[in-house]
Design a protein around this ligand. Structure first.
Ligand SMILES: Cc1cc2nc3c(=O)[nH]c(=O)nc-3n(C[C@H](O)[C@H](O)[C@H](O)COP(=O)(O)OP(=O)(O)OC[C@H]3O[C@@H](n4cnc5c(N)ncnc54)[C@H](O)[C@@H]3O)c2cc1C
Ligand code: FES
Length: 568
């Protein structure tokens, strides 16, 4: 019989960490006497970051005395006491390699059900003063697990934990944790786990992604994975044609100097061009993925270094340094309706998808929804018309007198939530959205309101930062920094930095340069920091538990072995 040894609660508080402030509920302390366990929390407990912790699926975190004994010995620590691993229930019994997802227990007056393993996150390392711990919990098969509350009731230290029902399929916590985070990803276990109703929706989505993705290296359960890049680093391609689209958009066609056909990209991918020292810019492929040459379409930004160079210096015959097509914003192969929603130059990756859909007709219901200022700024109008999407809605925010309603445009309006709500969009659709940040935010919310659940977005700027629990600091632009070691170019941010050994990891260097970054565990487990490596080589310290996709790196455990160009 297992026993509840300690009930631990704590409300979120601000904690200083590496010069920043983290809002976290990982500090838990034992409570004497009975505590009411409710659907979302124990009384007196809370989480600092509900995106990563807490909620109905993760109401109670459980950790075992036996794991405490293990870590005391492994880490040589004699200070570890109940609550130190951020858990609400410290228990005697219920080992991770015996407890199964869906098992139900009665504890005191409450009934609970096992939903998933612990979320791997740096905050347990922060609590223990041991940054390696998120990776160690997984590598040692001792993550602990979360409970959902089936029946609310009082619990107290000393309560017996009575097993009242077996979870179906008998997949243990240790097994499912290893299935997602460690190499191997046994597909039959993933399929079995997906049949467990009690498994949390987040884990189901990860396991489904593992099953759906063709087998490339990388971990599609944790980060979207593309096919390996068709060539390493940069190679010369020749501009074969320069074609104006509008007054400020020009298309360039690129081919191999020897005329050998280029590898076929996935519709929606982008190229990265090295235009000069520290001047690296990315452009979505806008033409048919099977076409004889690559095509990019560049909008000239006033004062823009990259777009200015491409407009002023590049002619047919110019050779450019180009990295292989990359990106995971790519057309799915389902038969569901597809919504291609763009504004301005954001049309480019969606135009490649429209070409692909026209080149390989499958009977999919294809919607082309596009916003431009007016007819003068409306690129690709004739091309899109010729590709005959099933439904085409063009919005001009400021039509000119000569722009013809129902011919040049359909609505004199911005393409926004109001317009989308009147279109009777199919909720079963897969949506692809690209345009300015405000547009994407508005459109994504409107699509979700219309019931569309699968929405993919391509950002033409820096990545949207993921820094769980860190209090936002005053906004400041990215900045370059000299250093004695290899040069690291952060392409999206337009920043170049010299490496110094005290940086420790590329993630730390990016943070020093105020480059927007994404991370969660900071020790090579969660793949949140997976980033396209456009050129160069890294060494991993520590080695990630499961290697990232080919052509990418986990920047939280990467150090440069040469100059690097990163899609960050
Ligand atoms: C995946 C991806 C796909 C993309 N696809 C396309 C595409 O298909 N077509 C396309 O046209 N673009 C695309 N982009 C954007 C493209 O990479 C460039 O960001 C864009 O061309 C602008 O670069 P630039 O060098 O011309 O401008 P930058 O020199 O980077 O400047 C951008 C703007 O900021 C202003 N600016 C620069 N520095 C400062 C400063 N210090 N203070 C104030 N303002 C400043 C400039 O005047 C300019 O208006 C894509 C980007 C990504 C990441
Ligand atoms: S932040 Fe988790 S793998 Fe890098």
């Amino acid at each position: 019989m297992a026993t509840l040894v300690s009930v631990n609660v704590g409300l979120p508080k601000d904690v200083a960490w590496q010069g920043r402030t983290v809002h976290t509920g990982v500090w838990k302390a034992p409570v004497d006497g009975p505590v009411l366990l409710r659907r979302l929390n124990l009384d007196g407990d809370g989480q600092g970051d509900l995106a990563g912790h807490g909620g109905e699926q993760r109401a109670v975190l459980v950790y075992q005395l036996d794991s405490y004994r293990h870590w005391r010995e492994f880490l040589g620590r004699d200070d570890l006491a109940p609550g130190h691993f951020g858990e609400n229930f410290t228990v005697d019994g219920l080992p991770d390699d015996e407890v199964c997802v869906g098992d139900r227990f009665r504890v005191g007056g409450a009934v609970v059900e096992v939903t998933q393993p612990r979320v791997t996150c740096y905050r347990v390392g922060l609590r223990l003063g041991e940054p390696r711990i998120p990776a160690l919990l997984v590598a040692h098969h001792r993550p602990g697990f979360y409970l959902r509350v089936i029946a609310e009731g009082e619990v107290r230290a000393g309560d017996e934990i009575v097993h009242v029902a077996d979870g179906p399929q008998r997949v243990t916590i240790a097994e499912i944790d290893a299935l997602l985070y460690l190499p191997g990803h046994d597909r039959s276990t993933a399929a079995r786990a997906l049949r467990i109703d009690a498994l949390s929706p987040g884990w189901k989505a990860s396991l489904r992604a593992l099953l759906d993705q063709p087998e490339h290296a990388g971990n599609p359960g944790l980060a979207a994975v593309a096919a390996p890049p068709a060539w390493p680093g940069f190679r010369p391609l020749v501009v074969t044609a320069v074609e104006p689209e509008t007054a400020d958009v020009v298309s360039l066609r690129l081919a191999a100097p020897d005329g050998i056909p280029l590898p076929v990209p996935a519709a929606g991918q982008f190229l990265t061009l090295r235009l000069g020292p520290g001047l690296v810019r990315s452009y979505s492929l806008s033409g048919s993925p099977g076409g004889p040459a690559y095509r990019i379409s560049v909008k000239h930004e006033p004062g823009g270094a990259g777009s200015g160079y491409l407009r002023d210096q590049v002619r047919a015959g110019t050779t450019l340094d180009v990295a292989a097509p990359r990106g995971t914003f790519t057309l799915d192969r389902s038969d569901r309706p597809v919504l291609l929603v763009s504004a301005g130059i954001g049309a480019t990756p969606l135009l490649a998808m429209l070409h692909d859909l026209a080149d390989h007709p499958t009977g999919r219901d294809v919607w082309w929804l596009h916003g431009a200022r007016d007819g003068a700024g409306h690129a690709f109008a004739a091309e899109v018309r010729a590709l005959r999407p099933g439904r085409r809605v063009i919005c001009f925010s400021h039509p000119r007198p000569q722009d013809r309603p129902d011919i040049d445009y359909d609505l004199a309006d911005r393409l926004d939530a109001g317009v989308l709500s009147g279109l009777d969009l199919p909720p079963s659709a897969v949506a692809y959205v690209c345009g300015p940040a405000g547009f994407m935010q508005d459109v994504t919310a409107a699509l979700a309101t219309a019931g569309v659940t699968e929405i993919h977005r391509e950002d033409f700027t820096t990545v949207a930062a993921v820094t769980p629990g860190v209090r936002p600091a005053a906004a400041a632009p990215p900045r370059s920094r000299p250093g004695p070691g290899p040069t690291i170019t952060f392409a999206r941010s337009g920043v170049t930095a010299g490496w110094t050994d005290t940086d420790g990891t590329v993630l730390n260097l990016a943070e020093t340069c105020r480059v927007p970054v994404r991370w969660s565990c900071r020790t090579g487990v969660c793949h949140t920091c997976e980033t396209g490596l456009l050129s160069g080589a890294v060494e991993s310290v520590p080695e990630p538990l499961d290697p990232p996709a080919e052509g990418t790196v986990l920047i939280c455990c990467a150090r440069p072995r040469s100059d690097l160009v990163l899609d960050l």
